[in-house]
Design a binder for this molecule. Sequence first.
Ligand code: MTE
Ligand code: HPA
Ligand code: MOS
Length: 759
Amino acid sequence: MKNVDSKSHVRGESIYLDDIPLLQGTLFACVYDSPVAHGKLKSVDTTEAENCDGVVRIVTAKDLVGENEIGGILPDEPLFADEEVHFQGMPVALVLAETEEQARHAARKITAEIEPLEIVTDPRVACLKNDLIVPPKHFILGDAANAFKNCEYVFAGRADVNGQEHLYIETQGAYSIPTEQGGMKVYSSTQGPTAVQRCVARVTALPMHQIEVDVTRLGGGFGGKEDQANAWAAMCAVGTQLTKRPVKYALHRMEDMRMTGKRHPYSADYKIGLDKDLKIVAYEVVFYQNAGASADLSPPVLERTLFHCTNAYFIPNVTATAYSCRTNLPPNTAFRGFGGPQGMFVIESAIAHAAEKLNVSASEIQRKNLINNGDEFPYGQKAISEALTTWTQADEKFDFAKIQKVANEFNRNNKFVKKGVAVQPICFGISFTKTPMNQARSLVHVYTDGSVAVSTGAVEMGQGVNTKIAQVASTIFSLPIERVKVHTTNTLRIANTSPTAASAAADLNGKATQIACETILQRLKEVAAPLVEAETSDDVSIENGFVFRNGESTNLDWLVLVNEAHFNRVSLSEHAHYATPGINFDWGIAKGHPFAYHVYGTAVLGVTVDCIRGIYTVDFVKACHDFGSSMNTSVDYGQIEGGIVQGIGWLTMEEVFYDENGKLRSNALSTYKIPDIYSVPKEIEILPLETEKENPAIFNSKAVGEPPLMYGIGAYFAIREAVKAFNSEHSPAFDAPFTPEKVLLNLYSETMKQMKAGK
Ligand code: MTE
Ligand code: HPA
Ligand code: MOS
């Protein structure tokens, strides 16, 4: 079934933050942000800006009625810099003016006196100074230190993986409007309406019931609006509180790139031990997460790095340590995969390292170590594994050996063009790792014309969650999907929401919707039973708009039944609650059962590298993917294709570049390359895993938002293989992304060495 939004998207009728009609008297905001990455804020001079045309007010830290604090997990992030600045792009002051142009113009007239302090951008340096966001975290399974002693082969090395700009098409933004009794309504482009509500309450010192947050839809979030939408909403709200006028702020692309955090870069040290049969016996890994200047979501991101540090493999002895390191960069944040992909990149690097030294293919080691049913993850949960089945079904369909053979043959016959192949298994846990977040609510109304309105805590950001929720209601009521409308996400209709994240929105909100609909349906059946002379409501069903008794159709239809219920004062509304059963995690012992289930898959990727220019194409990504049983293949295939391309982008061409002063050099689309139509794989083929297994997902349809991104990791290793096919003596460092520039340097590493040596 088509995404319910497809037509309105194409017609340009979908309503994003910037499409909300403006009220008369709306002011526009613009931030003045720190031009240096670290320093003492001596003074801020706003006089010239105040005298600019149209400027109504300039707000700094001292003007806040509530707290100058927006840190969601740790209170370490001021809304406006007060005594110190901690990164380039840190908000210092806010201009409110009659027009957007006037606000931007005036912001440029603000100056600040900042006494420079030492700038740290490298997480390893921060760790040496013990500048950590939280104490280090550990996962321990078995006894790695001892197990290494008995290993036939042990390899150690370093892997680095850079960050990623979210580049949602819609930049961050918010619009706040004063309401009665000093309250306000805040429209926000956020994945977390409740997080925005809480944050606005904090900076305005208003109780949460005075603040209504409404989210129409997002032009993409990808994790970047899980926490980092809060600041802009807080600024607009503060503006409204101080001026009693509506205030809007939609960031310019370069403001957004400069001021917001990104995927966390990681540096890691690994040590991998194998026995003579290539079974991985021991794995030791230390992660240095580049958290940026404040905590934001770094602690749970760090945790998920640990959760996924062994990817789809079973390793009996694991010692994993992770440091969240404070640096003078914008606070890094959630990004599709939430730290998991970084953990997986490191184990894949360790395997590639071992394969290279042992002169076997990485896929041989991967294949031998896939996690089996009942094997224990380092965090204590036992696997219900599809790792081997996805591998086997992919291999049967796509023939890995043949793909490799074709590449080898090609490489023998071509000197300056080389092909590389990699197999990439994935395993991703579904549920927020923080157990209490795994809850959701849904509000369902059946109206007297028979139509259905649904509100949940889920935010539609292009991933198709509204379509899935509409499908749930339409399936349970057996009504055409057009009879169901999923409405905006609003904190008055649904309170205390978890963000739309962790790929869990369809499961959590879909299940709450299922419960609400089933409750209403049961009431309707009870109303219907006597009307169709059924003995009990169990004999009644509703199908395609008609009431059935014991499977036989009657002439009582949906519309009449609904009105009969209303006439008899039976409620046609329900507000239902769902909490994922059976999950827990205890950080005291770092063990538990944090995930409702895992999503598995195996992809094979092929690339071609132009060994004169260093450029490459991804020829194909073919994957056997574990959907459980997809409730919407067009939405799910869209998620897989998008995820794969985003993953490939991260590991190949997207290069977030901060200089030693903490200045973002890749601060626009001219200096930050994201995948375009020419860089998507020429072929993406998805084979749904054939399985009869039941799972706890909504309608048995497993979460699909994040896992496919991790197939993209294979692109890195496929390029690495192609580079080695050209420059066989060379072992490229594990240092993602593999930009064309880096490919070229690796292709000609020997030439470079000779040049450096002056030969
Ligand atoms: N797809 C689109 N088109 N836009 C997005 O912003 N975000 C991703 C993924 N797919 C995103 C997307 C991320 S980071 C997550 S966690 C999931 O969608 C969230 O939605 P879900 O829980 O409904 O899968
Ligand atoms: N995933 C995504 N977002 C989150 C999580 C998680 O596990 N925990 C808190 N926010
Ligand atoms: Mo996704 S990173 O959990 O928003």
